[in-house]
Design a protein around this ligand. Structure first.
Ligand code: IPM
Ligand code: MG
Length: 388
């Protein structure tokens, strides 16, 4: 192909991407307010086990939630619905990030508890289907990825508000190979997408007595998209005069999180998608690893709660999935409870998690038969709740 033709072909693809993104902007403009769970007669909690250790740890989290909500489940106020088919085998067979029939079932629920799903990468036996996480965040427009990290004994209480639908992820699987030698990816920022995540972070701060919100970008280099994110951040900050707003670049922020003198001072951190992805793994590591962290993906109509780690297929191959640590999913479950208005139950669960994983630790999970099984650990959590 001639060079000019290659450039034209790339422009054509770029044009399509722009049209899709402008369409998304129009849809965001039409969006109403957040769903009010109190106004519902019934809340439907969809449960997708996912792949690898997912079904094992998700089942344990579900048991704990069913225990905490037993009265309302009995009264029909809350329904748990198991949704089959969000597996890599089915996704591969249908060559879909989320099989359409599964998505349809998911959309009939209000909130989703989701186990980890396998994302194929180069060299895997699976076709290159898009990540189910990323697809679900896009399909359900779950724009706020909320990831708390708490280490009380070190004075750390961080809440990350990661933008979840744009940035490097918006068209992450749709980059263009212009020629054999030139590949280009795109990062996307919109006014609507940025305003809603930044406002969500400030609202959280306001409602939870936080005094500082920090934006993290690389706006000194990525001037257009990160620059826009930062401008909007300071614009919205003006609406919250009681809250200190500041910003850091991602490189130094990554360093500051290991600075024991400074890191305690961060409270709420709001950041574009990719930076949020990276730094929340780092932050979770201080708390005891990604296996300990839960994550909420919140949109105006739907919300999905998950672990921040992967599906650990090796544990299943080695027959160790019953020993997998369910705490990340149980923590995701606590976030789910708080989100749908069961604040007291959520607090109890957080307290039990603290007792079982920090202060008392009567059972320990090692991921092998040297430690407790996930089921034993979930029982321990429930016994602890009963004694609170
Ligand atoms: C996360 C994960 C996902 C992401 C992967 C599994 C697609 O790392 O939830 O942080 O990159 O967002
Ligand atoms: Mg990640």
């Amino acid at each position: 192909m001639l060079r000019t033709e290659q450039i034209e072909a790339a422009k054509e693809k770029f044009g399509q991407l722009l049209a899709e993104q402008l369409q998304r902007v129009e849809e965001m403009k039409k969006q109403g307010d957040f769903i009010d769970y109190k106004s519902l007669d019934q809340i439907i909690i969809g449960v997708c086990g996912g792949d690898g250790i997912g079904p094992a740890i998700t089942a344990q989290a579900q048991r704990v939630l069913e225990y905490l909500l037993k009265d309302d489940v009995k009264a029909g106020k809350v329904v748990f619905r198991n949704i089959e088919g969000l597996t890599i085998e089915r996704r591969a067979a249908e060559k879909a990030a989320i099989p359409p029939a599964v998505l349809e079932e998911i959309k009939k629920c209000h909130v989703i508890l989701k186990g980890p799903t396998t994302t194929p990468r180069k060299g895997d036996p699976w076709p290159n289907v898009e990540s189910a996480n990323v697809a679900m965040r896009k399909e359900l427009d779950l724009f706020a990825n909320v990831r708390p990290v708490r280490i009380p004994e070190q004075g750390i209480d961080w809440t990350f508000y990661r933008e979840n639908t744009e940035g490097a992820y918006a068209v992450g699987s749709k980059g263009v190979n212009v020629t054999e030698d030139l590949g280009v990816d795109f990062t996307v920022v919109t006014t609507q997408g940025t305003e809603r995540i930044i406002r969500a972070a400030f609202e959280f701060a306001k409602n939870n007595n936080k005094t500082r919100v920090t934006a993290v970008t690389k706006a000194n280099i990525i001037k257009t998209t990160d620059g826009k994110f930062l401008d909007i951040f300071y614009e919205i900050a003006k609406e919250y005069p009681g809250i200190t707003a500041d910003d850091w670049y991602i490189d130094i922020m990554t360093a500051k999180l290991v600075d024991e003198k400074r890191r305690k001072d961060f409270q709420v951190v709001v950041l574009p998608n990719l930076y949020g992805d990276i730094i929340t793994d780092e932050a979770a590591e201080f708390q005891g690893g990604v296996g300990t962290a839960g994550s909420a993906n919140i949109g105006k109509r739907y919300a999905m709660f998950e672990a921040i780690h992967g599906s650990a297929p090796r544990m299943v191959q080695e027959g160790r999935d019953i020993y997998a640590d369910p705490c990340s999913m149980i923590r995701a479950g606590a976030m789910l409870l708080a989100h749908i208005g069961y604040k007291e139950e959520a607090d109890k669960l957080y307290r039990a998690l603290d007792i079982c994983t920090v202060t008392e630790k009567r059972l320990v999970i090692t991921g092998r038969n040297t430690g407790a099984t996930g089921e034993e650990f979930a029982n321990y959590i429930m016994d602890t709740i009963a004694g609170l």
